[in-house]
Design a protein. Sequence first.
Length: 344
Amino acid sequence: MVMSADHSVTIKDVASHASVSVATVSAVMNGNKYVSPELAQRVRESIATLGYKRNSFARGLKTQISYSIGLIVPDITNPFFTNIARGVEDVANAHNYSLILGNTDEDPEKEKKYLHLLESKQADGLIIAVTARSREYLQELPLRDLALVSVDRSLFDLGIDTVMVENREGTRSAIEHFIALGHRRIGLVTGLRGIAPTEERLAGYTEALEKHGIPIDPALIAMTYARIDGGEQGAMQLLTLQDRPTALFLMDGTMTIGALQAVARLGLRCPEDLAIACFDDFTWAPVMRPHLTVVDQPTYEIGQQAAHLLFERLLNRKKNPREIRLQTHLIVRETCGSQLPIKE
């Protein structure tokens, strides 16, 4: 078959070229029905030979499906959310969907604007890490036609599919490791209250101390923004105490960069003067000197699982909501000072 220059290749042309039905071509492209490997290969070869490109706009008008989903996160510069976005995008691409990305900077008003934008674009679904100060208003927005999944911040009690990690257990494992090394004054730099990761990690911290009979000292808890400057500010607050902590746990990886800046500014050494660990592992963590002790969480898998839940919801809007909790694990490296005596 030879197509003229002014002829736009259609799905019927592909079917004719491959000697199959239009339904078979559609099934291969959408992946929604079984097609034998031999027929599927013929269809793909015909698509490549003819240079067929599906018209998503026309397809959406016909099916009332936009073939796009949204992802709204608080801080796309944070590698945690960047990796989640990659997991979501890979699953979306596998379903021939496009991804619309929004960044809220923890601002509820920006979040609302993105939600309205996605509605105007008629996105089929949304994956969202809600801002620290918002929740209930989601029920008031006209989101009835939008499949919804929450990541990192739980909306399960609102009947919304949610994917998170075991924040409490992960934090508790790190604090108990400090305690096993002999630390009793353990500082905590945490993010803003009101979101599940902060509350759950704070609970893990207090549970570990209480389990070992160590009093909770509010002076050793600094609450700030989960950013580099927030980590530096929180660390400075704790490390300039007259009776400063001997160990420091950061609830966020980006905070750790700021905390290390504070350590350097104060002329302290890690781990000789201060043991450090944080929640979340990054590609740069193993190459730091000293190597950073972390609570690792499967960020890419969080995005994957959230996207899978979203597409399940698109297929069945009436299914019961699910909350998926992924495991974390403690990776002990050098910044916790495992081989050093504790300075009383």
